[in-house]
Design a protein around this ligand. Structure first.
Ligand code: SF4
Length: 335
């Protein structure tokens, strides 16, 4: 990690209109992403975690400009992403790539692995000359731990973990600077998850990649993330270094997610106080007033339902990190 910022999001919002009636009148908005700001440092991994429906995948697509923002800016390596056009936009498509969640559906079953991994070269022919593409695909297969001899096989001839390796090979084919990993291991068995995460770490070191690693489970991002952003209903609830988030979380939502993470030691599991969140995540079309978490927060006070807490820096003696809670402090919930 070099410490310089490669990607900076400021006040990103994505609202989808809700249309009803015969004339499809807009009667409201789903606020999928609602004012998200962060920076990604060159060579680091930022984990983005939250329950389903918290906006993390929409955010991932916005970082690739697969979605235009309702509001906000995104700066990549000094360029204003949402105003790029023509060749500059094409360049961005090379520099920011994505690995999708489901290796079973994200690969075309009728294409060989060679065609799948080589597909980006059809769109960006200047990266590798036609004559050298087969060799480059074989190198990529080797780089992700697959046999170059399998270049003519089809996706169904591979296991789930191997298919995700194929997806990763396609993701790094154009030598990107940033890889958006959208739940890349969620569909895999736990033992295979660790192998794919190890591969991503190896590639990061070899290629100086920066990752935004999206997951719904804090335990998945623990080993790979340098920093973690915890999202709730379209907003960041807490953002900090890996150690701060896992060892000294200050936001009640982060504490609840952590209390549900399985630990290998049965004694620790027995003695641990698990925080059970009541109810489902409220609708992003009609988020609660004040703090969006107040309908499920066991620490809520009257101010929480009227005044929205801002994501501000706290120094709790364990370093500085950002938390959006009126009562942000490290605490152990009473048992
Ligand atoms: Fe809970 Fe209030 Fe903090 Fe929101 S602001 S997380 S409701 S204590």
């Amino acid at each position: 990690m070099t410490g310089d910022v490669i990607l900076r999001a400021e006040g990103l919002k994505k609202y989808y209109p809700i249309k009803t009636g015969v004339i499809r009148r807009t009667t409201g908005h789903v606020r999928a992403v609602d004012g998200v700001s962060f920076e990604l440092l060159r060579g680091e991994t930022l984990g983005v975690v939250g329950e389903s429906g918290c906006g993390k995948s929409t955010l991932g697509r916005m970082l690739m400009r697969l979605e235009e923002p309702t509001e906000g800016t995104l700066n990549f390596d000094g360029a204003d992403v949402y105003s790029l056009k023509g060749e500059d936009m094409r360049r961005l498509r090379r520099d920011i790539q994505i690995v999708f969640q489901d290796p079973y559906t994200s690969l075309n079953p009728r294409k060989t692995v060679g065609d799948i991994i080589g597909e980006p070269f059809e769109i960006h022919p200047d990266v590798v000359p036609k004559a050298g593409r087969r060799k480059r695909v074989q190198e990529l297969l080797e780089q992700v731990g697959l046999s170059p001899e399998h270049i003519n096989r089809y996706p169904h001839q591979f296991s789930g973990g191997q298919r995700q390796r194929i997806g990763i090979a396609r993701g790094i084919a154009l030598n990107p600077k940033v890889l958006i990993c959208d739940e890349p291991v969620s569909a895999l068995d736990v033992s295979v998850q660790a192998q794919v995460i190890n591969l991503l770490e190896k590639l990061q070191n070899e290629l100086n990649l920066s990752y935004v690693f999206i997951a719904h489970d804090l335990s998945v991002v623990r080993h790979i993330s340098d920093r973690v952003a915890v999202m709730y209903l379209g907003k960041i609830a807490e953002l900090g270094d890996d150690a701060q988030i896992y060892d000294h979380p200050t936001h009640p939502y982060t504490q609840a997610l952590l209390s549900a993470v399985p630990v290998p030691d049965p004694e620790t599991t027995r003695n641990r106080h698990q925080i059970v969140l009541q109810g489902d995540v409220p609708s992003p079309a009609n988020p609660p007033s004040g703090c969006r978490f107040h309908t499920r927060c066991w620490r809520a006070q009257p101010i929480c339902s009227t005044t929205e807490p801002q994501l501000v820096e706290h120094d709790d003696g364990h370093g500085t990190h950002r938390s959006a809670c009126h009562f942000a402090e490290p605490f152990v919930p009473a048992s």
